[in-house]
Design a protein around this ligand. Structure first.
Ligand code: NDP
Length: 245
């Protein structure tokens, strides 16, 4: 069945790969991110492949912009079947570096962006009595390490928020599903958000030997969507097989 699917952070990486795969699967896509040129290019590729797509420049730090993305979806396609809160950044630095601006950005994008997405999609899904919210967390939402405290904190938060959402959905009428996808190292543009050169270099080395392509996560998202409507994967934790933590 063709679904209407919204993806935040659709201009690169996991969001871009998911847009391509889900459109090829016959779903209608609405894409949000900040870089218009990239969004436009992703949308053009979807259209060239015969898919239906809309996009809007959206900064998930702004509740009004996230709400506008939901409204665009309703105006264009009349419903919201799946909302994927994927937009994220991964700043890494020890607390002693005092990178307060990065902490603020990570919290605003990775946590508040997710809550704004839930706020934009849930009322429509409740009215439809069906819908699925997919939140992209991380294996770093399961463990933390020096330099990753704030990023991990945001991803632990995504899992906590999703748990509460899942329980609330279970108490509501209809087929409402919440799924967390927690990947390990995936080769995307994410390392661009690591400002510290030394830490970035270590990550680049690790990703060069361990990283898996973004379409692995896209495939998992597709499988989570394809499950029977009365069943949900509550969380999928997935890693390259050589990744230890
Ligand atoms: P990318 O950097 O390739 O993609 C991140 C996306 O988020 C981009 O499309 C970017 O678009 C968007 N984004 C960033 N800030 C904002 C904002 N303020 N408003 C709207 N969109 C924003 O990395 P990934 O594909 O890897 O990241 C996707 C998700 O996967 C993130 O949540 C990340 O934490 C998670 N993840 C990634 C892992 C990995 O190893 N790659 C591992 C575990 C989790 P734009 O700049 O145009 O706004």
């Amino acid at each position: 069945m063709s679904k209407v699917i919204v993806i935040t952070g659709a201009s690169s990486g996991i969001g871009e790969a998911s847009a391509a795969l889900l459109a090829a699967d016959g779903h209608k896509l609405v894409l949000g991110a900040r870089r218009q040129d990239k969004l436009q290019a992703v949308a053009a590729r979807v259209e060239e492949a015969g898919g239906q797509v809309a996009y809007a420049v959206t900064d998930v730090r702004q509740n009004a912009e996230v709400a506008a993305l939901a409204q665009l979806t309703l105006d264009r396609f009349g419903r919201i079947d799946v909302w994927i809160n994927n937009a994220g950044i991964m700043p890494q630095a020890p607390f002693m570096a005092g990178t307060v601006d990065e902490w603020d950005s990570a919290i605003d994008i990775n946590i508040k962006g997710v809550i704004y997405g839930i706020n934009a999609a849930l009322p429509q899904m409740v009215a439809q009595k069906s819908g699925q919210i997919i939140n992209v967390a991380s294996v770093e939402g399961h463990h933390s390490h020096v330099g990753g405290g704030v990023y991990s904190g945001t991803k632990y938060a995504v899992r906590a928020i999703s748990d509460s959402l899942r329980e609330e959905m279970a108490q509501l009428e209809g087929h409402l599903r919440c799924t967390v996808i927690s990947p390990g190292a995936v080769t995307t543009e994410l390392l661009e958000s690591v400002a510290d050169d030394g830490i970035k270099e270590r990550y680049e080395d690790f990703y060069a030997t361990h990283g898996i392509p973004a379409d692995r996560v896209a495939t998992t998202i597709k499988q989570a969507i394809d499950l029977p409507e009365d069943t949900a994967w509550n969380e999928v934790v997935m890693r390259p097989i050589k990744q230890v933590l």
